[in-house]
Ligand binder design. Structure first.
Ligand code: GLN
Ligand code: ZN
Length: 762
């Protein structure tokens, strides 16, 4: 009979229990046993929730203490040499945490492993590191213990593994370069051993995640799939090969023919491939249809899904499984915890727990007939109808404004060189102007004040006074340090996206909708449910107050349209490009208000610009076209004299340079300190036409950068970008740092700049 399952449950806990347990362990406040106890309790709770919801198997191993990729590096004993881990020994918890964060309660600190985004999500994984002669061995045993745990609860455990090709693909070679695909031979025996042990434990199915099958893969990697999976055949539990985040596309036949026992596909992102896969899949194999969205929060249209699933079910019978499109890691845990969301909107949503119920309803409809679940289907229909017909998702004036967007609105009046001259005449900045990226330390007092205001303990007036006090302190400090273009410091923003979502129409924010971003860090993405409109200025008061305190130019600070879109749960009833244009128009109005209020420099942050790129190259152009256009609509309403900045960080930029240039921001500040200005090679080769502020200070490290080091970086930068177009700034916002760190760092930054100005003047 058809079964229902999910690919993974959010691990952080409904009350972020895992976060608190991790952080208190790292601080040395609790011991390892307490942490493991919390993890065990969460695992069991999550399994029981799934079982109670009627699911037939439970994923085991999805509750990583820090990250699932790091779990696998530990499982395969792939610990980089700098952690001085004895080869062959069990990888203990503190070694694991040192790999994740550079330090742990015990063991010598060492540079943490690199972190990067998991496919097109905002989740970050720890990048495996491989070196020449890399050895793999069974480095941890907790997966096997967890299988026993699940069995003792009477559950049907399905261990989750990242497949060998995806594991290698996402890793990076350190030291002497070599082809990491060559490591497959060394790696497969460990997979074999893990699978054999799981079989001996009586495990029936193993979930093998190979999401790279939705990417453009080189031929050798495609061939390696056949090789690897044939070698894993025999003496193992059955394998469910899981793919997600997109269509298999040109890898479809390959995936269908691999010697495994079932294939899971993402039928939310790529609905049409369901039928194709049915045609290609071997007659004995299970097809797991990922039909409940693991990446978004809308309730599914269950009847529409059944219309599609019933014919499949007739063809496949018990070989059809129903699943979440991907792990539910990317959605919040439980909608029932949202007390403040208005009931109408709440009725449209499903978080992880609610998605389990949807799966169960679908399964029962297939097994027992629609009549048996008539009530649930009626509720789903009502929710879908309510959303479709709601007057809150559509605003005539916004629709009219979008329809009225002209090409001229997406273009500055004059080309960059002319604007730059006018801006320089107005701003009179020195060579190599210094600035920061926007935020200053968010101290406990600032957070307490915001919290008190939100809960009503602090009046609006008192709150305003408190924020003004903070702003004036920040302005004063920047003047003392000697920066050229100042910022107000963003004390009023809990988060650069949520702040705007709270002020714009069309967005809702949750009180507990946390989603893991990395390790113990979570974000609370807003829900973008309807047409976006700005009903009031959002930043003008804070920024103009800051400007009133100084003669120096103050930089207004906004989050860009693409980033607001990318870091929210976005409505799925219209193209993302259209929603983004609505946001762009709202921001355009804010930009104009700032200019009107006398602000001469305005930064529109787009840290998520790169992350929105589709996984397949063939789809890049379309995305880049509308994303660039939206940024330009937001930024181009101003006079030539007004200087537009943008900021991007922590991603690969070289392959999208033409799009970055097309944004036509007067200045882009960008992360480079870690890569030693290598990023600028790309900008130089491309002849990037406008001004650039390459970050010279790595804000993710508590270390204070030396003057010499920054002089060296800037000298290197000036060899690539003409000094007239160079700015000096840190890599990113300073929100997470302490004043005691940034004050000396920024002083050094100013000193380094002054030294170069002198050198170059003589
Ligand atoms: N202006 C934001 C800040 O300084 C930018 C943050 C970011 O790039 N993620 O915090
Ligand atoms: Zn940044």
């Amino acid at each position: 009979m058809t079964i229902a399952h999910i690919l993974g449950f959010p691990r952080i806990g409904a009350q972020r229990e895992l976060k608190w347990a991790l952080e208190s362990y790292w601080e040395g406040e609790t011991d390892q046993e307490a942490l493991l106890q919390t993890a065990r309790a969460l695992r069991q709770r999550h399994w029981q929730i799934q079982q109670a919801a009627g699911l037939d198997q439970v994923p085991v191993g999805d509750l990583a203490l820090y990250d699932q990729m790091l779990d696998h590096s530990a499982l395969f004993g792939a610990v980089p040499p700098r952690f001085e881990h004895p080869q062959g020994a069990e990888v203990d918890l503190d070694t694991y945490f040192r790999m994740a964060r550079g330090r742990a309660p015990t063991g010598k600190p060492a540079a943490a492993c690199e972190m990067t985004k998991w496919f097109d999500t905002n989740y970050h994984y720890l990048v495996p590191e491989f070196h020449c002669g890399q050895v793999f061995y069974l480095g941890t045993h907790s997966l096997f213990a967890q299988v026993e745990e699940a069995k003792s609860l009477g559950l049907n455990p399905r261990p989750v593994l990242i497949g060998p090709l995806t594991y290698l693909w996402l890793g990076k070679v350190k030291g002497d370069p070599f082809d990491r695909l060559k490591l497959l031979d060394a790696l497969l025996p460990v997979y074999g051993e893990v699978l054999k042990r799981l079989r001996d434990q009586g495990v029936e199915w193993v979930q093998m995640d190979e999401p790279i099958l939705v990417l453009d893969l080189p031929t050798e990697w495609r061939h390696a799939f056949e090789n690897a999976y044939s070698r894993l055949a025999g003496h193992r539990p059955r394998l469910l090969l899981t793919t997600y985040f997109g269509a298999l596309g040109d890898n479809l036949q390959l995936a269908c023919h691999l010697p495994v026992d079932g294939l899971h596909i993402d039928a939310v992102r790529a609905p049409r491939q369901l039928d194709q896969v049915v045609d290609w899949l071997g007659a004995h194999k299970v097809l797991s249809a990922g039909i409940i969205d693991g990446r978004n929060v809308w309730r599914a249209d269950l009847e529409a899904l059944l219309d599609r699933l019933e014919p499949l079910s007739a063809r496949l019978g018990e070989r059809l499984w129903l699943g979440s499109s991907c792990s539910l890691l990317h959605v919040p845990v439980d909608l029932n915890l949202e007390q403040a969301l208005d009931p109408e909107l709440k009725g449209w949503l499903a978080f992880a727990v609610q998605k389990l119920a949807e799966l169960n309803t679908l399964k029962r409809a297939l097994r027992e007939g629609r009549a048996e679940v008539a009530e649930d289907l009626a509720a789903s229909r009502a929710a879908v109808e309510s959303r479709r017909q709601s007057s809150r998702t559509r605003r005539a004036e916004v629709r009219a404004e979008v329809a009225g967007v002209t090409e001229a609105m997406a273009r500055r009046t004059s080309p960059y060189p002319q604007r730059a001259a006018l801006q320089q005449a107005a701003l009179k900045l020195p060579l190599l102007p210094t600035t920061t990226i926007g935020s200053f330390p968010q101290t406990a007092e600032i957070r307490a004040a915001r919290h008190a205001f939100k809960t009503g303990a602090l009046s609006a007036e008192a709150y305003r006074a408190r924020m003004r006090e903070e702003i004036s302190k920040v302005v004063e400090r920047q003047e003392e340090i000697g920066l050229d273009v100042l910022v107000h410091g963003e004390p009023e923003r809990s988060d650069m996206v949520e702040y705007f979502a709270e002020l714009l129409e069309g967005f809702a924010v949750t009180s507990n909708g946390w989603v893991q971003s990395y390790g113990s860090r979570c974000v609370k993405p807003p829900i973008l449910f309807g047409d976006v409109a700005r009903t009031q200025p959002m930043t003008v008061e804070w920024i103009t107050y800051a400007q009133s305190l100084t003669q120096k130019p103050l930089k207004g600070m906004l989050t860009g349209p693409v980033t607001l879109l990318q870091w929210s749960f976005v409505r799925d009833d219209q193209p993302r490009s259209e929603t983004c244009l609505q946001i762009a128009l709202a921001l355009r109005a804010e930009v104009l208000d700032l200019e009107q209020a006398g602000i001469q420099v305005i930064q529109i942050d787009e840290p998520a610009f790169r992350e929105g790129l589709p996984l397949r190259r063939a789809e890049w152009e379309d995305y880049l076209d509308w994303a660039v256009r939206c940024f330009r609509v937001a930024s181009s309403g101003v006079q030539d004299q007004t200087q537009i900045h943008t900021h991007m960080c922590y991603s690969e930029f070289n392959d999208i340079l033409p799009a970055i240039a097309a944004l036509d921001a007067d200045v882009i500040t960008i992360e480079t300190a870690r890569s030693d200005m290598e990023l600028l090679d790309g900008f130089a080769k491309f002849n990037y036409p406008n001004a650039i502020g390459p970050g010279v200070y790595d804000i993710h490290s508590p270390n204070v950068p030396e003057v010499e080091q920054m002089v060296r970086l800037l000298t290197k930068a000036s060899e690539r970008i003409p000094p007239e177009r160079l700015w000096v700034n840190p890599d990113c916002g300073l929100k997470t740092r302490q004043w005691s760190e940034i004050e000396p760092a920024l002083r050094n930054l100013v000193t380094a700049t002054q030294r170069l100005r002198l050198n170059w003047a003589s």
